[in-house]
Design a protein around this ligand. Structure first.
Ligand SMILES: [Zn+2]
Length: 134
């Protein structure tokens, strides 16, 4: 959605990430205009009301850690990695990689960036450091 006279370049509606005006990355999902349900990634059909006119929609940058686990095997660099589910402020739950391995359920985390290893889906990396306070 853009206001009349908006001269900003159009962003790709299917992109998973865009750079916001403050220079920080933001996850790009979708929202159903009929029932206002947000989702990530953007779905072709609303999972709640089956609406088909899904609009690209910015996800909140912050959320609460719902659950996590630290993997000690299978990492190419041999170092443990933490993965978990983040409940974003709009209710969307995202599977994410967590920076560092010391975490607590319920702690506030912030989207930092995405990493694409070219093998699977990109990893969405969250950290406990608020990137807006730098
Ligand atoms: Zn809907």
């Amino acid at each position: 959605m853009s206001a009349a006279g908006d001269t900003k370049p159009k962003i790709d509606d299917d992109a998973l990430i865009r750079t916001a005006t403050d220079g920080l990355p933001v996850l790009r999902g979708g929202r159903c205009p009929e029932c206002r349900t947000p989702h990530f990634p953007k779905q072709p059909v609303c999972p709640v009301c089956a609406g088909e006119k899904i609009a690209a929609w910015d996800m909140p940058r912050t959320g609460l850690l719902y659950s996590f686990s630290v993997l000690h095997v299978g990492n190419k660099d041999g170092k443990p990695r933490a993965y978990g589910y983040v409940d974003l402020a709009n209710g969307v739950r995202i599977f994410a990689r967590l920076k560092g391995t010391e975490h607590q359920i319920g702690e506030r985390v912030y989207f930092q960036h995405a990493q694409d290893h070219g093998e699977n889906e990109p990893e969405f990396i969250f950290t406990t450091e608020n990137p807006e306070k730098k």
